[in-house]
Every structure is written in structure tokens, then in C-alpha cells.
Design a binder for this molecule. Structure first.
Ligand code: SF4
Length: 359
């Protein structure tokens, strides 16, 4: 059994059921997550007999890194092979003294946003708690760039559709004896799964980013199909409620700019009005579209992107254009899980094993 899959309370139970005090769970957590130790024999303040027991029954298994590709801008894309043979990706982004880990929460994604490489390949399954923690652990202790200072759930998958594992993952990120990150430095990005935005607000209100992309239900239904289930009226209400609990008291709205689809000045004005109508404090993150094989959209020209940004700023909003990090390694937004998983997801299980075996 992989100890990384145990929630905090399951780990405490494991200790107490084996005659250990509850605080033993925190000692174990500290060894594994704060010091990066996988070998129970090296955990010197844990009672010897219990260490032997752990060594016989459990391990600390991190998904195997099968490829690491460094971009010219310093960001790095890591391919992790899971025990199931499937592959997920994380991106490590060093910038201005920060080390941000962009992690995946699912293999593929069922939301199927029309501009997204991950959505294009379909959904396989949720990542386990250990598979999510393993990505941060690996970047922390195997990348040789220092400790992760920020975590964003913007990799493959819709994190709020893997809610129970997400919640436990966040608890470890925030725990001093594990990664000790502040709520401000952990961001969950969602396509707008309204009931789970409401639950996150109560359970663990970290920073929230919402993939907005359009101000009308008509257009958003096409770009983000989950909008048919949770339309803009419900999404905006959930954002307004969330901002009071949010660590930064605002919500980040992401807009992937698609040439001729949602990039006009009128689109910018409509988005600005939508936010104001619902009284939401917003910060906009504009993301020029990254083309991927199979995608039909185009990236707007630089003047249009600038014009869109200025229109939002003139309306009194903070709006930044996201620097495209790592696009030469297919690690940019909307490009994750490109080539390798596309190959895996479209073939049967025998071929799947063969492809996985190539690594
Ligand atoms: S943008 Fe996010 S929610 Fe939409 S399909 Fe891609 S991974 Fe899923």
C-alpha cells in the first residue's frame, strides 16, 4: 500500500491501531513531505518496531518520471507514468524567486472544452491522492531547483470533479509539517462546477481561478460545455459568494483568447459588465490560444490581444496577458497531455501497454 494515498486521518488511524500515539502521523508526514525521505529505516525518531512494520506493509511510491523537457524560458514539463501505465503531466515554472508546480488532477478530462488538448482526448479516471501528491513531491525533491512555493491545479483534468482527493491533497499542501503553503499560494482552477465551488468555499477556501472565456451562455455553451449544466448566472453567484472566503478577496478569471470568436472589444466590454453586474472582484488572466494538433482555433494577432487587455483595464479591472511559458515543449496552457496521451487514449489496452512499455 502506498502511504501517499492515506489521508491525514487515515494515517493517524494507522498509527493508533498499531499502538502508536497520534502525533506519530505528523512525524511520518514531516519525514516524507518536508524532508523528502522515502525509506522508513531513515526515520530515526520513529520507534524501531513500528518502522519495521511500515517497511513490511507500506511504501512511499512516487509516479515514475519518464521524460523531463526543459523549455528555453526555464519552465520544465515532466511526464509521469502511473502504475496503471497511463501518463500525466506537470509543469514546473521558475519565475521571480517563485517555483510554481502546475499539477494534474485527472487522466484526461470529461469537460471537453473545445479549445483544450486535454479535453480533446477524453477522460480516463481521477488521480488518487498519492498520484497528486507524488507530482509535487517529485518536483520538490527531484528537480534540483529548490522547494515549490506555489501550486496551481491547472494541469490535466477538472480538479473539482475529483473533489474528495482534491480536498485531502489541499490539506497536505497547507499543513506546516508537509508543504506549509499559504492559501494564497495554492490555486484551484475550474471550468465552473458550481456545487463544488460552494463546497470548496466551506471546506478549504484557497485561491480560485475560473475559466470564463465568454460573457453569454450561448457562446460559453460552445466553448465550455459544462456551462449548459451550470450557466453563467449560477457561476457568477458562486464566485460572488466565494470571494468573501477567498484568501485574496478576488477571483481570477481566465479568458483564452480565440481569434474571431471571443477576442473583440465588445467581448471585453461584455465580460467586464457581467462581472460588475454580479459584484465580483475580478482579476483577469488573458491567455492567447496555443494551437495543438486537432484544434481548429487560431491565436489572435498581438494588437487584438493588447486591445482586449486595454478595454478591460479602462473598465477598471486588473488584466494581465499570461506569458506563454513552455510552449516549445508543449507545456503551455491547453497543450498538456498532447502527444503521449493522445496516442494512449485512442488505442486499445494491448497497444496501450505496448506504447507505455516504450518508455
Ligand atoms: S480546459 Fe480544463 S476543464 Fe476544460 S477540458 Fe481542458 S482540462 Fe478539462
Amino acid at each position: 500500500m502506498n502511504l501517499l494515498n492515506l489521508t491525514r486521518s487515515e494515517l493517524e488511524r494507522l498509527c493508533t491501531e498499531n499502538g502508536q500515539p497520534k502525533f506519530r502521523a505528523l512525524q511520518l508526514t514531516k519525514w516524507i513531505h518536508k524532508k523528502g525521505v522515502q525509506d522508513f529505516a531513515k526515520m530515526t525518531d520513529i520507534q524501531g518496531a513500528f518502522r519495521d512494520y511500515l517497511g513490511r506493509k507500506l511504501n512511499v511510491h512516487v509516479p515514475k518520471i519518464i521524460q523531463s523537457t526543459k523549455s528555453a524560458d526555464g519552465s520544465e514539463k515532466w511526464l509521469f507514468k502511473l502504475e496503471s501505465g497511463e501518463v500525466v503531466e506537470s509543469v514546473l515554472i521558475p519565475e521571480n524567486g517563485r517555483i510554481t508546480a502546475c499539477v494534474s488532477s485527472q487522466v484526461g478530462c470529461a469537460v471537453d472544452c473545445s479549445f483544450c488538448a486535454t479535453g480533446h482526448q477524453g477522460f480516463s479516471r481521477n488521480l488518487s491522492l498519492g498520484e497528486m501528491l507524488g507530482q509535487v513531491w517529485a518536483i520538490n525533491y527531484m528537480a534540483n531547483v529548490g522547494r515549490v512555493t506555489n501550486v496551481v491545479l491547472m494541469g490535466m483534468g477538472e480538479p473539482l470533479l475529483n473533489y474528495s482527493n482534491l480536498k485531502e491533497f489541499l490539506k497536505y499542501l497547507l499543513l506546516d509539517e508537509a508543504y506549509g503553503l499559504s492559501r494564497r499560494k495554492v490555486t484551484v482552477s475550474t471550468s465552473g462546477i458550481v456545487p463544488f465551488i460552494d463546497r470548496l468555499r466551506v471546506d478549504c477556501p484557497v485561491s480560485l481561478a475560473v475559466s470564463l472565456h465568454a460573457a453569454s451562455n450561448e457562446l460559453r455553451n460552445k466553448l465550455v460545455p459544462i456551462n449548459r449544466k451550470y450557466p453563467l448566472e449560477q457561476l457568477m453567484r458562486a464566485c460572488r459568494d466565494y470571494q468573501d472566503s477567498a484568501p485574496r478577496k478576488f477571483i481570477t478569471f481566465e479568458v483564452v483568447l480565440l481569434d474571431g470568436v471571443n477576442d473583440s472589444l465588445n467581448d471585453a466590454l461584455a465580460i467586464s459588465r457581467l462581472i460588475e453586474d454580479y459584484g465580483v472582484n475580478a482579476k483577469f488572466n488573458l491567455i492567447p490560444y496555443n494551437a495543438f494538433g486537432g484544434g481548429t482555433f487560431k491565436k489572435p494577432v498581438a494588437e487584438k490581444i493588447k486591445g482586449f487587455q486595454i478595454k478591460l483595464q479602462e473598465s477598471g479591472h486588473v488584466a494581465t496577458v499570461r506569458k506563454t511559458r513552455g510552449d516549445d515543449v508543449e507545456g503551455a496552457c491547453g497543450q498538456l497531455s498532447g502527444i503521449v496521451n493522445n496516442r494512449i487514449s485512442r488505442v486499445g489496452s494491448r497497444e496501450k501497454a505496448e506504447i507505455a512499455g516504450l518508455f
